[in-house]
Write a protein that binds this ligand. Structure first.
Ligand code: PEP
Length: 253
């Protein structure tokens, strides 16, 4: 079975102390994960070492950075390289979140480089894609998202592509309280899988975990994760409330 994943994206929220308490609250909860299930905490850079040490004793829990540089090393003040992440044993990195695409002008080409850097360092990219409202209203969301995949991922050989986690996040649903319907989520996820099947093979497509992101909450996670092509979620707002994220984890298939 494909990996079913509940990934938290804390974004630029929580103090160090509040983050530590949130992790303690979640990790001490009565959660039983199976070997095909994974929980990932996407925390701010200064909390990565602390978070990694919190989850170190836990099977099926891991930590993710929220971004990395597309450059290997050098005079790039304020940037964080994958080598730095690798040196503190970080296993995942969120790449191409819509907030980075929008506020930091990250292009599909830059994101292709970031994906490359991650894979070179043995870090799994959680690659975000998704359309803005205008594209959804025009009905061209499939082509839009397929183009994002093509320009950032389709240079990868099949064995590398298989290790990338995809997060489909319709921008109009992020942080808005507006969730895609289960029909809209399933339709896009099945479409993305068909794109992978065509570009690579049905076997590869079947192995790729495709998460849904966009106002996943404690009260809708089960229904969304229940869609056959939805393999869990990338969760923003609800991931920084322990009780809510615990329910979301418990909603994994
Ligand atoms: C996100 O930031 O990736 C996200 C999906 O946010 P939210 O769950 O708050 O919509």
């Amino acid at each position: 079975m494909r990996k079913q994943i509940a990934a938290a994206n804390w974004k630029m929220n929580l103090t160090y102390q509040a983050g530590e308490k949130l992790l303690d609250d979640i990790l001490s909860a009565d959660i039983h994960l199976a070997s095909h299930q994974q929980v990932i905490f996407g925390v701010p850079f200064p909390y990565l070492i602390m978070a990694n040490s919190e989850v170190s004793e836990e099977a099926y829990y891991a930590v993710s950075a929220q971004n990395c540089s597309d450059k290997k090393a050098g005079a790039y003040t304020g940037e964080v390289s994958v080598e730095m992440l690798q040196s503190i044993n970080i296993q995942y990195c969120i790449i191409g979140h819509s907030e980075r695409r929008e506020y930091f002008n990250e292009s599909n080409q830059t994101l292709a480089e970031k994906v490359n850097r991650c894979l070179e360092a043995g870090i799994t990219p959680i690659f975000c894609c998704g359309e803005p409202l205008s594209i959804r209203e025009a009905g061209t969301q499939n082509d839009f998202v397929a183009q994002q995949l093509k320009e950032s991922l389709f240079h990868l050989p099949a064995d590398q592509l298989k290790s990338v986690v995809i997060a489909y996040e319709p921008i109009w649903a992020i942080g808005t309280g507006k969730t895609a319907t289960t029909e809209q989520a399933q339709e896009m996820h099945a479409y993305l899988r068909s794109v992978f099947a065509k570009q690579y093979s049905p076997v590869v497509a079947n192995e790729v975990s495709i998460l849904y992101g966009g106002s996943v909450k404690a009260n809708n996670a089960k229904e969304i994760f229940g869609c056959p092509d939805v393999d869990g979620g990338l969760v923003g707002g609800a991931s920084i409330i322990a009780a809510d994220f615990i329910k979301i984890i418990q909603s994994l298939k």
